[in-house]
Design a protein around this ligand. Structure first.
Ligand SMILES: [Zn+2]
Length: 240
């Protein structure tokens, strides 16, 4: 029962993350103003019954009730993804503080991934949330191991940044630092390798086989995916 509640909470948080993603990727929109959800096309306020995660999207057949605007598939995807990740967190974490930290980190990572895909930027407050929560996770684990991973990953990314100046944003470097403190050295190195390989593959596919040094790669989603997967694996198997 508890796990189903966590899945439901994930759907609701996912719906909120959609607002964060939408408002962070557009100039002149504040996170809290207006305090209600509105249709990006006709600007009309969305009633609560049209704002139920996942269900409303299905009932409205993916369109705005008033203007018929096609709601991007990203909305139900983010809701479902957050629900599934919260469910996984509640199945795997051993106490409520770890569960809270894991949910905070994964929510921030989901928002970071989708914002980075659209804008190539990562908002500082989201990166800060990841780094601070990961730091508390590290304090509860073998802290020196995590600190070592932090320095290894930071060094790797500063070298990468030196050679790949334009392609790698400072936001990616800070996010990598967060993933470093979240993990111990061996999983951290694997996470960075997974992120780099999948990021470069993504860039190759997007650039249709061509790739030049100036091309920007949104590394956020790949770092998030690699880092968080390795965190869940090393946390559950105690392979740290
Ligand atoms: Zn509308």
């Amino acid at each position: 029962m508890w796990h189903i509640l966590m899945f439901g909470l994930g759907l609701i948080i996912g719906s909120f993350l959609n607002v964060v993603i939408y408002r962070s990727t557009r100039e002149g929109l504040k996170l809290w103003d207006p305090p209600y959800s509105f249709c990006p096309n006709c600007k009309r306020k969305i009633q609560w019954y049209d704002n139920v995660p996942l269900l409303s999207y299905i009932l409205l057949k993916g369109r705005c009730r008033y203007c018929g605007w096609k709601i991007p598939l990203r909305y139900p995807i983010v809701e479902l993804l957050t629900g599934v990740v919260f469910l996984l967190n509640s199945l795997l974490m051993k106490d409520s503080l770890d569960l809270f930290l894991a949910c905070t980190i994964s929510s921030s990572l989901i928002a970071i991934s989708f914002i980075d895909l659209e804008t190539f930027l990562i908002p500082d407050y989201l990166n800060f949330t990841v780094v601070a929560s990961s730091f508390i996770v590290a304090l509860r684990e073998r802290f020196l191991d995590h600190l070592m991973a932090f320095f290894i990953v930071t060094a790797m990314f500063l070298v990468l940044k030196f050679f790949y100046r334009d392609g790698l944003g400072m936001g990616d470097v800070i996010l990598a630092m967060g993933m470093g403190i979240l993990l111990s050295p061996f999983p951290a190195i694997i996470a960075v390798l997974v992120a780099s390989i999948s990021g470069i593959l993504f860039a190759l596919i997007r650039g249709k086989g061509k790739m030049d040094i100036k091309m920007r790669i949104p590394f956020g989603p790949f770092l998030a995916l690699g880092g968080y997967t390795l965190f869940l694996i090393s946390y559950t198997t105690r392979w740290l």
